[in-house]
Design a protein around this ligand. Sequence first.
Ligand SMILES: [Zn+2]
Length: 215
Amino acid sequence: MTTTTSSPLTSLRALVPHRIVEFGEALQIAEQQARRLIDLIADVDGVNELHIARMPRIKIVREDLPVSGMSYWNGQQWVIALSRNESQTRQRFTLLHEFKHIVDHGSTARLYPGNKRQSGEQQAEAAADYFAGCALVGKRELKSAWGNRIQRVEDLAHHFNVSFEAIRVRLAQTGLDVVADKLPTPRCARPVSTPRYQVQRFRTARPRYAQRRYA
Ligand SMILES: [Zn+2]
């Protein structure tokens, strides 16, 4: 911890403006909060359960749940309940997802007013997933691992202690999957309409997924 006066919750909540925001901005705020959490914790192995459990007025329990997790205020402290039957990597992701709901407490109306495509609740869920991904696989840390030639999904998942799917999503969100897609030699070249007096020209064909980007 870098501060003695404010809890991480207070510090993360301070990043939320006192006005209604568009969903794109809510996601940016989630990423900034994840960044601040990583920096506050400053552990080379990333954010883990103990870091959250040590925070004031937060308790983590494991139960038989019909869902992956839930969080609630019990009158004295925040309780994060995780399904004991799920994998460690999934529980870790769920923990950060639930933690974001706690961070958001008191500002959900401003952050997630809903729009034509998504209800406020759906926005809050998407933002909690985004926060968890950013907190467990920080953009800076992912690019650093990539630069150190840890580039296969399996190796990155092991490095960050998250699921393959979490890595795929983060690669897409950070644009590194586009780099990955471009690495192999293009499979074939397609003829381009060329005036007869010129030598036939070609363009390389790329699969459509090379252009894939998450919003
Ligand atoms: Zn949720």
